[in-house]
Write a protein that binds this ligand. Structure first.
Ligand code: GLC
Length: 569
């Protein structure tokens, strides 16, 4: 019986297989299954991942130098969040040039070196495509501001006259997802108060007009640029927001308060998205690939779509559109057996209807770290470990956000260190997302823990003083650490490919516990209830998120096991 790992096991964790999909039990990748269907992709937030030049900010050469960590972890792909030139009004999602590298993060040659190294390690590379908005310092927006109302330059964005006698009221009642109105009034070049422009996020992120042919053409250029650089796919930022309902009708009360109503908002989930996504897919499927990258038909697009109606969400991954869409319902679920079970079942049913895999996600650069979200301290850590084994056993793809594999908690940063626009836009009610963007601890006893050679006070976010025990190097040597759990889970996952059979969950209606079979003989059981759950007599435990209580699975514990009945098959 194996528990949550021993140091001896750790040394033998192999690097990723050539393809991230099943081996059909033969040890050979099953070439009929596209690699992305059950891939494990690691999200790199580059400014906080690893600093190569000692300026206190993570960068592309720093990331390249740490790719071995990801190989040891056993991921199949990386997604790198925006590394493009940006005034950083929204952590890099306000872009001035979508086909360049931010000078503080490196050069195009550094990006090429990263891709080359990743590919040499058998790791695929996805980059972020941010099509909904640009920075307000983008040359197009500057040109629009300098131009007159009604001019061609303004058509690339959404400029409108205001309401009220003198245009002093915003054109409609739309609210920004970051709080406050989604409109800002400009001063015309003659100094007079002028039109308003739309920004569903920060005012420094004006929304593009996706009914403008130049916008459409420019994003084709951007896609081709990164494909020519060898990327294997794209994560598409706020994919549900690109088109706004014609006539820009009011959205009414309660905007951004109930995610389950998102698809009803006039600025989300519009019909015209789907022909656009089909055209991108056709481009990805046909544009030639350079050496080292996956061939045209195998490139992937993953939608960040904040849509929670499962039928509406499934449309983003219907045939000929994107292949994956993050399953945020799983991330949003509270730690409760009945709630989790319901989310798993609903998510699988929704995606099955269009033949797409579920893309599981427990954390990202936008979410409170799982350890903290699930209750913090030892309870939170215990649940985050169980959640990891649950996620990694489920059939489908999984995305792991940097530091999740180290079990990092959300950091409570001082007010004067907060950068997220949510903090100011919410009138200091919402501390925003900076607490999950603190630089990773790699090694050593004190900050910056190998993240940088800069002094701790010169790092772009300060790290806690008690993170030495969470560093990757410390955890590598600890058979019970979160890192060891993730490594072991990723290795076992590859040895036990998911079957195509429909997922069936078993367990009581109360949700005290539930279990399911991944296929290839691996069964996962999660106990949420206070009572220890007896293990099946014929179970061989492969991995457990916490020590077992004799032959009982304690509360907040997930176990991976094989059953003897499979062994005899
Ligand atoms: C996405 C990004 C988030 C950003 C927003 C606006 O949700 O993940 O970080 O703030 O888009 O671009």
């Amino acid at each position: 019986m194996t528990m949550s790992g021993t140091p001896d096991d750790v040394g033998s964790v192999p690097g990723p297989a050539v393809a991230g999909h099943g081996t059909g039990g033969s040890g050979e990748p099953d070439s009929a299954v596209p690699w992305w269907r059950d891939t494990v992709c690691y999200e790199i937030y580059p400014r906080s991942f690893a600093d190569g030049d000692g300026d206190g900010v993570g960068d592309l050469p720093g990331a390249t130098a740490r790719l071995d960590h990801l190989r040891e972890l056993g991921v199949d792909a990386v997604w790198i969040t925006p590394f493009y030139p940006s005034p950083l009004a929204d952590g890099g999602y306000d872009i001035t040039d979508h086909t360049a590298v931010a000078p503080d993060l490196g050069t195009q040659a550094d990006f090429d070196a990263l891709v080359q190294r990743a590919h040499a390690l058998g790791v695929k590379v996805l980059v972020d495509l941010v099509p909904n908005h640009t920075s307000d310092e983008h040359p197009w927006f500057r040109e629009g501001l300098a131009a007159r109302p009604g001019s061609r330059a303004r058509e690339r964005y959404i400029f409108r006259p205001g309401r009220g006698e003198n245009g002093e009221l915003p054109p409609n009642d739309w609210q920004s997802a970051f709080g406050g109105p989604a409109w800002t009034r400009v001063q015309e070049s003659d100094g007079s108060p002028g039109e308003w422009y739309l920004h569903l996020h920060a005012p420094q992120q004006p929304d593009l007009n996706w009914r403008d042919h130049e916008v459409v053409a420019d994003f084709e250029r951007i896609l081709k640029h990164w494909l020519d650089r060898g990327v294997d796919g794209f994560r598409v930022d706020v994919a549900h927001t690109l088109f706004k309902e014609q006539g820009l009708p009011d959205a009414g009360a309660g905007q951004h308060q109930d995610i389950h109503r998102n698809h009803l908002m006039p600025y989300y989930d519009q019909e015209e998205l789907h022909p656009l996504f089909r055209s991108w897919r056709a481009l990805l499927d046909s544009h030639p690939a350079p050496a080292g990258a996956v061939p045209p038909g195998e490139r992937v697009m993953v939608a960040e779509a904040g849509i929670f109606d499962r039928e509406r969400l499934a449309r983003y991954v219907s045939p000929g559109e994107m292949q994956q869409t993050f399953n945020f319902a799983f991330l949003e679920s509270r730690w409760d057996g009945a709630a989790m079970r319901n989310v798993v079942e609903q998510s699988v049913a929704g995606m099955q209807a269009v033949g797409a895999p579920v893309t599981w996600v427990l954390s990202s650069h936008d979410a409170i770290r799982p350890v903290t979200r699930y209750g913090g301290g030892q309870v939170g850590e215990r649940r985050a470990r169980a959640a990891a084994l649950l996620m990694l056993a489920l059939p489908g793809a999984a995305y792991v956000y940097q530091g999740e594999e180290l079990g990092l908690p959300q950091v409570e940063l001082a007010d004067d260190r907060l950068r997220d626009p949510l903090w100011e836009r919410s009138g200091h009610q919402d501390r925003g997302r900076d607490g999950c963007r603190v630089p990773l601890p790699w090694e050593g006893d004190a900050a910056p823990y190998g993240f940088s050679t800069a002094a701790p006070e010169d790092c772009w976010f300060p790290q806690p003083t008690d993170w030495a025990g969470l560093s990757a190097m410390t955890q590598e040597k600890d058979g019970d650490s979160m890192l060891t759990l993730y490594r072991r889970a990723l290795r076992l996952r590859r040895d036990h490919p998911a079957s195509d059979a429909a997922l069936k969950l078993d367990g009581p209606d109360s949700g005290e516990w539930f279990g399911f079979e991944r296929g290839s003989g691996l069964r996962c059981v999660v106990n949420f209830g206070a009572q220890p759950l007896p293990l099946d007599d014929d179970a061989d435990v492969l991995l457990s998120s916490a020590p077992l209580d004799g032959r009982g699975i304690p509360q907040d514990t997930a176990v991976w096991m094989t059953l003897k009945e499979y062994d005899s098959e």
